[in-house]
Ligand binder design. Structure first.
Ligand SMILES: [Zn+2]
Length: 271
């Protein structure tokens, strides 16, 4: 029951995130939603997460132009993440933290996919929450144990490989935003799981890149047509600049993190 309630909350948060990302975070949620093509106001019954998009078969009611699959996809991902985090056996304050963290991580993913950049304010918000979570779980700052120190070191430790890649390649293989993101992932997961998440991200990234780069240019075109990938991308993707690494990092992190919540591996921070 609570899982369903959290899932519905996630759907609603997801539709806010859609608006936030489309407006590039500028005019925060002010004003009514309008169609991107014809500028007509969208009625409330056409703004119901997922259901409205399906009912309209992904087209605007007024002008019939295509509405990006991004909308229902983000709403569904957020709904699933909220249901999983909300339903996990956590202390109430950890649940609240977990919901905020998953919302920020999914928002960063969508932003990175659309604009191939990660907003600093968002990634530092995530990093701050991840760092605070160490102290929330392990006690007050005055009881600064060696274990806490190790957890705090996990951030820089996880970020170091990506930061090195960024430095060596002068930003061609890896963005600085990805290194910043890895800082928070290290704090969230701890040193061991942070590094695992990093390796896992490279594996997912490699598999997806092979699909996008080599035999099937049609996938890239499909993504572009559906408005999922950066519209600035030309015929096909090139490895470093146009396939953002952030989404792979976050996918790996969320997978690892939510598994830890359910005790699939002994959680270090969230037990
Ligand atoms: Zn329209």
């Amino acid at each position: 029951m609570t899982t369903i309630a959290f899932g519905v909350l996630g759907l609603i948060v997801g539709s806010f995130i859609n608006v936030l990302v489309l407006r590039r975070g500028a005019r925060l949620l002010s004003g009514r939603s309008v169609c991107m093509s014809c500028g007509k106001k969208i009625r409330w019954f056409d703004l119901i997460p997922v259901i409205s998009w399906l009912a309209l078969r992904g087209r605007c009611r007024a002008c019939g132009s295509r509405i990006s699959i991004q909308y229902p996809a983000v709403e569904l991902s957020m709904g699933a993440a909220f249901a999983l985090v909300g339903g996990a056996p956590l202390a109430p304050h950890s649940t609240v933290f977990g919901l905020f963290i998953s919302a920020i991580l999914i928002a960063i993913t969508v932003y990175d996919l659309r604009h191939t950049i990660i907003p600093d304010a968002w990634v530092w918000s995530f990093n701050a929450l991840a760092l605070i979570s160490i102290f929330l779980i392990e006690g007050s700052l005055t009881a600064f144990s060696s274990q806490t120190a190790f957890s705090v070191l996990a951030g820089p430790l996880t970020a170091l490989p990506l930061f090195t890649l960024w430095l060596v390649s002068k930003g061609r293989w890896m963005g600085l935003g990805d290194a910043k993101l890895a800082l928070g992932i290290g704090w969230l997961l701890g040193p061991m799981d942070g590094i695992y998440a990093l390796l896992f991200a490279f594996v997912i990234g490699a598999i997806v890149s092979v699909f996008i780069l080599l035999p099937l240019p049609s996938i890239a075109q499909y993504l572009k047509k559906r408005g999922i990938a950066n519209s600035g991308a030309t015929k096909s993707y090139t490895m470093k600049s146009e396939v953002p690494f952030g989404p792979f990092l976050i996918a790996a992190c969320l997978f690892q993190w939510i598994s830890l919540m359910y005790g699939i591996s002994i959680p270090f921070l969230w037990q």
